[in-house]
Design a protein around this ligand. Structure first.
Ligand SMILES: Nc1ncnc2c1ncn2[C@@H]1O[C@H](COP(=O)(O)OP(=O)(O)OP(=O)(O)O)[C@@H](O)[C@H]1O
Ligand SMILES: [Mg+2]
Length: 276
């Protein structure tokens, strides 16, 4: 984790300075504020009520995880938090801005500016180098080539991948691919990282390494919202939110939090994972 120059400044600066205009008298500074959120998927003949009235606030600098059984609405919630989808009813304020009613273009702009995504399946372009994968979001953001290169190199170094910049995705381990995905999520300097089962395809050591990267980023002030099925993984976060059948049924600080660096130090050495 050498350079941190690709990382955003403390995310606290992204929080709204005034209370959000929700009309409910809520006092920010929430990075995320959702009120009475419903999402219904309208299918032929059946309506699927995936979210049934969620209220949730997350402050800048938090590290929250969302848990719940399959089908409980986690990804639906993540898609809305990530401005990839709109609620059917209710409001979503991101850094004080009501994003529930934005057009697709406006949502895309908010997404590019504020949010980095990490998914279970890495979603890297194949036959494309780690460096090019990380540069990609900056191409869309119109960042000049030299600056793209500089920021991508720094982001890859920040996730421990210096020296692997020219490897193709298929020449990297799962854990390394996920690091490339995290570097890619960081280059536009988001204040919020959303991760949907980021360790779902990884062995336990790589999973802890990835959680270590998230803990480091969080320590630098980036807000993280992570979905996981795994209770052990949730312990690297600071707050656990539980969904059941589209409703939020519990929300509590994590009292038995794990430190990824400590956990890694306690793992038996594994020569297959040694970096040269
Ligand atoms: N695009 C869609 N169209 C119709 N129904 C959907 C759609 N996406 C999700 N659903 C339904 O909404 C509900 C919530 O799904 P969601 O994907 O949010 O669950 P999840 O908690 O992420 O589950 P998993 O742990 O399996 O990923 C489920 O009943 C699902 O079948
Ligand atoms: Mg899901």
């Amino acid at each position: 984790m050498a350079s941190s120059s690709a990382l955003p400044p403390a995310a606290a600066s992204a929080a709204p300075s005034a209370p959000s205009p929700s009309g409910g008298g809520s006092a920010g500074p929430w990075l995320i504020e959702i009120r009475g959120l419903h999402k219904t998927y309208f299918m032929e003949g059946v309506d699927v009520k995936a979210l049934k009235g969620i209220d949730l606030t997350i402050a800048a600098g938090e590290f929250a995880c969302i848990m719940g059984a399959s089908g409980s609405g986690k990804s639906t919630m993540m898609n809305i938090l990530g401005c990839l989808d709109r609620p059917t009813r209710g409001q979503y304020f991101l850094a004080g801005q009501d994003v529930s009613t934005l057009s697709n273009d406006e949502l895309a702009e908010v997404r590019n500016k504020r949010i980095g995504f990490v998914f279970q399946g890495f979603n890297l372009l194949t036959r494309t180098s780690a460096l090019e994968n990380v540069e990609m979001p900056m191409v869309y953001a119109g960042v000049p080539a030299a600056e793209r290169h500089r920021r991508a190199m720094a982001a890859l170094a920040a996730v421990g991948l210096a020296g692997r910049e020219h490897h193709y995705s298929n020449q990297l381990s799962g854990g390394q691919q996920q690091r490339v995905a995290i570097a890619r999520a960081l280059v536009n300097q988001p204040s919020l990282i959303l991760a949907d089962e980021p360790t779902g395809n990884l062995d336990s050591r790589s999973s802890i390494e990835i959680m270590g990267i998230f803990q480091d980023l969080n320590a630098k002030g980036i807000t993280i919202v992570l979905i996981t099925h795994e209770p052990d993984i949730s312990r690297f976060a600071r707050r656990r939110i539980l969904l059941k059948d589209g409703r939020l049924i519990s929300d509590a600080p994590i009292t038995d939090r794990l430190d990824a660096a400590e956990e890694l130090a306690n793992l038996p050495r594994d020569p297959e994972h040694e970096e040269e």
